[in-house]
Design a protein around this ligand. Structure first.
Ligand SMILES: [Zn+2]
Length: 317
């Protein structure tokens, strides 16, 4: 039985072993396993390539353009001769600039204070209230208009800077975007492709149509300037799109655009479904690769969240 290619999605792969569920060591295990089991394809082969159940055809993609993709992932893929696409948000390619969710993740993990104040409202991040506080702060920030400028302005002018409470080695390993030189290098490596991912990684459906055009256009032209070649590929930040945004993307003459497993809009060329790999567990990777086309992966995540909630309940009893 011939099967169409599966597209999988990774994000950052930090060096540090304690950095989170996926790091350089666990990622290498994933790649060695996939190299043995799958046939890797390039984006231009997506429409025509077919794999088998024994040896699925796989397109490997990475979102956001974190520096660890250039420093940890790319050398490993070169060694194993695995092709990949890197979708890059250009904002954090500027020194000292971060993507908004990177900021919030670091605030949750490392901020030593009891809370922050945003537009006169104090949000507690004290002890057990931290998780809820971060959710509240995220909601506040995302509701500021115009999105995403007002959100970035509020972070810069009202919230503590990451450099004040996160160690430089952690910032470099988990938060920095690629340098322009690294983007150039990846874009000119025949093994890799570079694609657009907007400038600021907004929720595109929260942006005005003008802002959507600007986010797509500025990012695309910057990438083309840095790599010296046409930027044909795009990935919707957070898989967030609707029909209007899909049409906008087609008008910018991208050849392919990639979504995630979560969204409802599907299109064979401009909203290609991708299955996200977020954990190191090999068993989960095997299931996603083997059944990614057919299983409602969403159910998996819900089931895991449910199991975690049950775990929490039983450990509290
Ligand atoms: Zn992203």
């Amino acid at each position: 039985m011939l099967v169409r290619p599966l597209v999988i999605l990774y994000h950052g792969v930090p060096r540090r072993l304690c950095a989170g569920p996926l790091n350089a060591m666990s990622f290498e295990k994933h790649m060695v396993f996939l190299k043995r089991y799958c046939v890797f394809i390039r984006p231009e082969e997506y429409a025509t390539a077919r794999g088998s159940l024994r040896h699925p055809a796989l397109l490997l993609t990475f979102d956001d353009g974190l520096r660890n993709n250039a420093e940890v992932v790319a050398p490993m893929l070169r060694r194993l001769q695995i092709p990949a696409v890197f979708f890059i948000s250009s904002r954090h390619c500027e020194p000292g600039q971060y993507l908004w969710f990177t900021y919030l993740r670091m605030l949750r993990l490392y901020f030593p204070g009891d809370g922050v104040t945003l537009n006169g409202t104090f949000i507690s991040l004290h002890g057990t209230q931290r998780e809820k506080g971060i959710q509240r702060l995220t909601k506040f920030l995302l509701e500021l208009k115009p999105h995403p400028d007002a959100m970035y302005d509020a972070i810069a002018s009202q919230l503590p800077a990451l450099e004040e409470f996160v160690a430089t080695n952690v910032l470099a390993d988990e938060c920095y975007g690629m340098t322009a030189e690294q983007v150039h290098e990846l874009g000119n490596d025949p093994l890799f492709s570079v694609g657009g991912h907007t400038v600021d990684h907004p929720y595109l459906t929260r942006c005005t149509p003008r802002e959507v055009r600007q986010q797509l256009w500025e990012n695309k032209t910057w990438l083309e300037h840095i790599t010296g070649s046409r930027c044909d590929l795009f990935a919707y930040p957070l898989g967030d799109l609707d029909r209007n945004i899909l049409e906008q993307c087609a008008r910018f003459r991208f050849q392919q655009a990639f979504a995630t497993e979560w969204g409802r809009v599907r299109h064979n060329q401009f909203a290609i479904r991708r299955v996200g790999i977020y954990r190191d567990a090999m068993q989960l990777l095997r299931i996603k690769i083997g059944y990614g086309h057919w299983l409602p992966i969403r159910l998996f995540h819900s089931a895991r969240a449910f199991a975690r909630a049950l775990g929490t309940v039983s450990s509290m009893q």
